[in-house]
Design a protein around this ligand. Structure first.
Ligand code: ADP
Ligand code: MG
Length: 366
């Protein structure tokens, strides 16, 4: 029976054996026995926390129907799947603690002492988050999760003919500006429609397929009200901008990006972006602008009104009134930091400016 989980490439066997512990093998064998999949091929990717395999079968897992013979030859349609298997070795999961610790849903059941429970939790989270992304009716593209058993997820394969779609990092992007805009919209929709912050968003966790961006790897994504959500989001914005900047695009700064993603008052998103891009200058940012951006990256983000002083709340109210009278503008000059986000106000004065300058010098000398 062992032979039914076959590998295309014998050289992959070592990697497979290393990750596929007996329990995982049993899960896969059952899937084969129940005709959910026919066989598992070699690795699409080996990572620290998970490996992804290509699998094939005759069951359409979306509708759970077996394919029927087609054409005069009676050929059976085969379906391709991606199988993500979270590794049961615990070590690398240690620092992931903070991604679940703030979430109510995971407050009780996350068993630090039981590695198998831990990885199951990550698989569960990934499936829950993928489902949420897929509920946007295609506004956000993400692989559909089909099956979840322990640490094993069977999902839609992004690619064809056994060839996975490239990561954004490796892709030949047709229209860089359009792609950047698509990614900004993905972040905004993820935040407002799915109530999620990816928290590991970068060119490594997006696939580029037929000119469209697909979001993957969402096991660490957090609820928008997770205590660290906005810090993760700010980092995501910064990662995305760094990537497109490296490719030669004029990008928004971190705060403009963060505001575009979070601002609930924007009604006409395209207009708002056009307006923002019209302000992006062709020249490299001045030192002052660089410092401002670094300051933004380091400033403390208050999350609730309780964290603000009366004075700050007054300032925020005034600003929101001003905003209400002229919506769809993101004018950073007259705007307190974080005012775009309900419940947030200016905290820039707390920021150590010297610290920011230092940070810039360090990143330049790297
Ligand atoms: P990791 O935690 O190891 O980063 P990812 O979810 O990012 O896991 O997947 C690792 C790699 O596997 C991706 O970069 C991509 O190349 C491939 N991959 C993952 N999911 C799919 C999928 N649904 N379809 C095609 N390729 C995938
Ligand atoms: Mg990844």
């Amino acid at each position: 029976d062992d032979e039914r989980i076959r590998l295309k490439d014998k050289n992959d066997r070592a990697t497979v054996d290393q990750v596929l512990d007996p329990r995982t093998l049993i899960v896969l064998h059952k899937m084969v026995k129940n005709q959910k999949i026919d066989q598992v091929f070699g690795c699409l990717s080996t990572g620290k926390e998970a490996n992804v395999y290509l699998a094939e079968g005759h069951m359409d897992l979306e509708s759970m129907t077996l394919s029927q013979p087609e054409g005069p030859e009676g050929v059976l349609k085969t379906y391709e799947f991606a199988i993500k298997i979270f590794k049961t070795s615990i070590l690398v999961f240690k620092d992931r603690e903070r991604y679940v610790s703030g979430e109510f849903r995971f407050r009780k059941g996350h068993c630090k002492s039981n590695p198998r429970k831990m990885v199951q939790l990550w698989a569960e989270k990934e499936v829950r988050n993928l489902k949420r992304l897929c509920m946007t009716d295609g506004l956000i593209k993400a692989p559909r999760p089909y099956l979840l058993k322990n640490n094993v997820i069977v999902m839609e394969f992004i690619g064809e003919g056994g060839l996975g779609a490239p990561r954004l990092r490796d892709a030949e992007i047709i229209d860089l500006q359009q792609c950047y805009v698509d990614v900004l919209f993905i972040m905004r929709r993820m935040y407002h429609m799915c109530r999620l912050v990816h928290a590991d968003f970068s060119e490594y966790n997006m696939l580029y397929y037929h000119g469209e961006v697909w979001v993957i790897d969402v096991s660490q994504a957090v609820e928008h009200d997770h205590p660290m959500a906005l810090d993760f989001l700010r980092r995501d914005c910064s990662n995305i901008n760094d990537f497109f900047k490296k490719r030669g695009l004029q990008v928004l700064n971190t705060q403009q990006t963060f505001d575009f993603v979070t601002d609930i008052t924007i009604e006409h998103e395209n207009e708002c972006l056009t307006n923002l891009f019209s302000k992006v200058s062709d020249t490299a940012p001045t030192r002052e602008q660089e410092i401002q951006d670094e300051v933004f990256k380091q400033i403390y983000i208050p999350r609730t009104l309780q964290e603000l002083s009366m004075e700050e709340i007054e300032k925020l109210k005034k600003h929101q009134e001003r905003q209400a009278s002229q919506p769809n503008t993101l004018n950073s000059e007259d705007m307190p930091l974080y005012s775009k986000l309900t419940g947030l106000a200016e905290t820039q004065k707390d920021v150590d400016r010297e610290n920011a300058e230092q940070q810039i010098s360090e990143s330049k000398s790297e």
